[in-house]
Design a binder for this molecule. Structure first.
Ligand SMILES: *Cc1c(COP(=O)(O)O)cnc(C)c1O
Length: 403
């Protein structure tokens, strides 16, 4: 088996022998596609006409005033289906069609990637099967309904913890048997190479736009860009165009759940150790024996025990910094964004907002008020919060927020 790592010591292709050739074909097809002007034209056509890009880079006036820095929000919440995930799905399904595949499969946790994939499959007339843990099916019935309305078949996975990790294993197993006519649409910057590269390629549009937009608005690059990190796709898309701009600080925000010290969190890079999961080597939450541990976060999209290998590499090389925000901090930031800007963000995105507020405070302390007010921050608002209203209501009821 090829153990070439691709991202320092991270990444690789830890899959069954029978999938090695499939991954090789996929890599070749992807590299060819992104050099083909016709493929790129189609990809950008659907991003514009169907997804609704470009998304605004919104100057959050009231937040900026309150926190004393210039805060811009990259509005991925305004995409069709409500988050950044559709950017990647459109790219991967166009690639699947180009490769002559007729079926797509996907894994999903909360159901957001499943819904995006079912959407793309309907649009491009592909048969779609989504693997979802039995526990998640119970918790996310609305998204199961959406997927079925869009024509997808949702398969309940009962193994391990009956959640995303197990659904992903099942999807990979199925793919190994059906790759001839089936394309596996992975939902984050994870999995065996070339997936982390492809997902970054299809999410790069976030920072391509943001870079152009901030140069137009401010005439210079931002001082920092921030994004939440689950598997790492909105963040790698937000970072991509700035990685080679050393003056731009890159900050990834993981979920600290109930607090890193409680053990109930999803901060793979704060406390994880390198290990192998879902075809890649990266930082993972695992116990002393190397068993993968369950992640915890109030946001289903950040509830993943691993992280994409390029993030592991960016952390070790020092190019990006990874921090975390707790459930409570994210919910406070979420309410702040509702009240000051009239935007209900996804709980995932609220993690990035929360740290942006904390970081603004640090800048004021370090630089003084006047200089801090010139600092430009871009936060990736990865998705909208409609899907989270029940979770938010339960949380607020417990907190006495609303009465
Ligand atoms: C899925 C999801 C995430 C987390 O996934 P990444 O691959 O880390 O981006 C973040 N925000 C929203 C709104 C999501 O739906």
């Amino acid at each position: 088996m090829d153990r070439k790592a691709y991202y320092g010591e991270f990444g690789g292709q830890y899959v069954a022998e029978s999938l090695m050739k499939t991954l090789e074909e996929l890599d070749a097809a992807y590299e060819e596609a992104i050099r083909d002007p016709e493929f790129l034209r189609r990809y950008h056509y659907y991003l514009k006409q169907y997804v609704g890009r470009e998304t605004p880079l919104y100057f959050a006036e009231r937040l900026s005033e309150k926190y004393g820095v210039k805060m811009y929000l990259k509005r991925e919440d305004l995409n069709h289906t409500g988050a950044h995930k559709i950017n990647n799905v459109i790219g991967q399904i166009l690639l699947a069609k180009r490769m002559g595949k007729t079926k797509v499969i996907a894994e999903t946790g909360a159901g957001q990637h499943g819904v995006a994939t079912a959407t793309g499959a309907a649009l491009f007339d592909m048969e779609c099967t989504v693997y979802m843990g039995a526990e998640d099916i119970k918790r996310q019935s609305l998204n199961v309904m959406r997927m079925e309305m869009l024509g997808a078949k949702v398969v309940s996975v009962t193994s391990g913890s009956n959640t995303l990790k197990d659904a992903t294993n099942e999807a990979i197993r199925t793919w190994a048997k059906t790759a001839e006519d089936t394309f596996y649409v992975i939902g984050s910057a994870v999995g065996p190479y070339p997936y982390p590269k492809m997902v970054k390629g299809f999410q790069r549009v976030i920072s391509e736009e943001a870079k152009r937009q901030i140069l137009e608005a401010e005439g210079r690059l931002p001082d920092a860009v921030l994004a939440c990190v689950g598997g790492g796709s909105n963040s790698i898309g937000m970072f991509a165009e700035f990685i080679e701009e050393p003056q731009v600080k890159l900050i990834g925000v993981e979920a600290a759940g109930k607090g890193i010290e409680t053990g109930e969190h999803a901060s793979a890079m704060a406390l994880g150790e390198p290990g192998v999961l879902h075809g890649m080597r990266s930082y993972l939450l695992q116990d002393e024996d190397g068993n993968v541990q369950l992640a915890h976060s109030i946001s289903a999209g950040l509830d993943y025990p691993g992280v994409g290998p390029e993030h592991a590499y960016l952390k070790d090389s020092g190019r990006a910094e990874y921090v975390s925000a707790t459930d409570a901090e994210a919910m406070d930031a979420l309410m702040e964004l509702c009240k000051l800007e009239g935007i209900i963000p996804a709980i995932e995105s609220a993690h990035a907002m929360s740290y942006a507020f904390r970081y603004a405070g640090q800048l004021q302390e370090k630089l003084g008020k006047e200089k801090a007010a010139e600092q430009i921050l871009i936060v990736c608002l990865s998705g909208r919060g409609d899907k989270d209203v029940n979770t938010i209501a339960d949380y607020l009821a417990g907190k006495g927020y609303l009465n």
